[in-house]
Structures are given as structure tokens and as C-alpha cells.
Design a protein around this ligand. Structure first.
Ligand code: ATP
Ligand code: MG
Length: 252
């Protein structure tokens, strides 16, 4: 059975997509079968994993809005063991289009249910808001990974996200857990060290040991549609995501 992991934080630019793409690629490199589900209308995960979102006939939009089988939209990536259910900009409208549909929060869960035996990991990249798309991701998942940037006010908005997760667990998806908080974009500054200290003090064991450094290579790789381990496998970014993949599998 697949481990279904949503990568969520309604704060923008904290490293959700970078984590989805690179953790997925590292897990695939370790011979796990991995599906990335791109729930963000921006489509950055689709592009970052080497798939042209404009060339895809169908997308996760058709799955949510028209309920076509998820298997019909999944495309292989250029990398072994790695597939993607691509995004499309039409996803922006999905929240409004579904507003009168009953059980609209369960669309993604129903769509991926038939796929659970086919993959070891299903990783869902969320958009930067607590919208219906993120809600669908949380309802479909068993775990949420929350990236936090090692910069100013990283905990801002976290209580709102944790509250949403509790509401989802109580009303829509009782098996949902926070698998961990991931510290991202770490630089060796006193501020970043203070942030790490504060986050570990407040959130304790739920924080991953692995910390993702700020690394130029991680910022460059997406413009080549390549996860960092296939772009520069010796870079600090690649080593960090490989370590995270080890930690995620060992915490299984
Ligand atoms: P959004 O909320 O818009 O979806 P996000 O949370 O998915 O953003 P990313 O797109 O992963 O965040 O990262 C934001 C930007 O920072 C991107 O340009 C990305 O390439 C860059 N970036 C992410 N992580 C790192 C890192 N560890 N080192 C350097 N650059 C990074
Ligand atoms: Mg993103």
C-alpha cells in the first residue's frame, strides 16, 4: 500500500514544490515507485519533474472536475520509477466549479484509491492556500509534511494550518497525521540558528532531523526540468534530499 503524503503550508515560497520534486526523485532513485500529484495550478512540480504541462492532454483538473480516472492522466517522467499526475491552470477554477457538489472534498481521495497498490509513495504538492485543492490533498493523504523556512516568523500561519489538519482529521479523514515539520533554506546565520532552536523547542520530535540548506543548485535545477540528484548529485541540496528520503523511509 502506498504511503500518501501531502506537502502543505499555505505560506508561499517555503519549499513545498522543491521538497515534493526532490524527495520524490530520491525515493524513486532508491527503487520505490513514486507518483507525484500536482495540485497547484502553477504547475511547478509538473515542470520541475521534467514534464511539459502544456503538452499533457489531461490533468488533475479533469480528475477533480470531471471525475475521469486518475490513471488516465498520469504520465511517465524522464526518470525511472517516477510518474506525475500533471497540473493545469484550469485548476484555479475548480474550487468555484465544485462549490455546489456534495462530497467535493473527497474527489482526490476517490481518484487515488484504485492506485494505492501500484505505488510505494504518492506525494501531493499543495498550492499556497487552504483552499478546496489543499483540502482534497489532506483528505486523500495519510501524512502531511510541513516545510518551514528558516527565516523570519516561520511559525506564522502554522497554528492555522495545524487547526485545519485537526478539523480534517475530526470530520473528513481520521487517519491523517502530521508526519513531520521540515526546516528548509537554512543558512549559517544567527537568525536561522535561533529559528531552528525555537522550532525544535515548540514542536519537538515532530521536526525532521534533516535540514535542507539554502543551495543555489536547488534553485537552478527546476529550470532544466530536472530533480537535483539528476542535475548535480554531489551538491549540498542533493545530499540533503537523499538524507531526507532515508529519514522518511526509516520513519515509515
Ligand atoms: P509556492 O507557495 O509558490 O508553491 P513553494 O512553497 O512550493 O512555493 P518552492 O517553489 O519550492 O516553494 O521554492 C520557492 C523558490 O525558492 C523557488 O524558486 C525554489 O527554486 C527556491 N528554493 C526552494 N528551496 C530552496 C533551497 N533549499 N535553496 C535554494 N533555493 C530554494
Ligand atoms: Mg509550490
Amino acid at each position: 500500500m502506498a504511503r500518501v503524503i501531502a506537502i502543505a503550508n499555505q505560506k508561499g515560497g517555503v519549499g513545498k514544490t522543491t521538497t515534493t520534486v526532490n524527495l520524490a526523485a530520491c525515493l524513486a532513485e532508491q527503487k520505490h515507485r513514486v507518483l507525484v500529484v500536482d495540485m497547484d495550478p502553477q504547475g511547478n512540480a509538473t515542470q520541475g519533474i521534467g514534464v511539459d504541462k502544456h503538452a499533457c492532454e489531461n490533468s488533475i483538473y479533469n480528475v477533480l472536475a470531471e471525475q475521469i480516472p486518475c490513471a488516465d492522466v498520469i504520465v511517465p517522467t524522464p526518470f525511472a520509477n517516477l510518474w506525475v499526475a500533471p497540473s493545469h491552470r484550469d485548476l484555479v477554477g475548480a474550487s468555484v466549479e465544485l462549490v455546489n457538489e456534495s462530497r467535493r472534498e473527497f474527489r482526490l481521495q476517490h481518484a487515488i484509491e484504485p492506485l494505492l497498490e501500484q505505488y510505494d509513495f504518492i506525494m501531493i504538492d499543495c498550492p499556497p492556500s487552504l483552499c478546496l485543492l489543499t483540502l482534497n490533498a489532506l483528505v486523500a493523504s495519510y501524512e502531511v509534511m510541513i516545510p518551514l523556512q528558516c527565516e523570519y516568523y516561520p511559525l506564522e500561519g502554522l497554528s492555522e494550518l495545524l487547526h485545519t489538519i485537526i478539523v480534517v482529521r475530526e470530520n473528513l479523514n481520521p487517519r491523517l497525521i502530521v508526519s513531520g515539520i521540515l526546516l528548509t533554506m537554512f543558512q549559517h546565520t544567527n537568525l536561522a540558528k535561533d529559528v531552528i532552536h525555537d522550532v525544535r523547542t515548540h514542536l519537538g520530535t515532530s521536526v525532521y532531523e534533516t535540514i535542507i540548506p539554502r543551495n543555489v543548485t536547488l534553485g537552478e535545477a527546476p529550470s532544466f526540468g530536472t530533480p537535483v540528484i539528476h542535475y548535480d548529485k554531489r551538491s549540498a541540496g542533493a545530499l540533503a534530499y537523499l538524507a531526507l528520503a532515508e529519514e522518511v523511509t526509516s520513519r515509515g
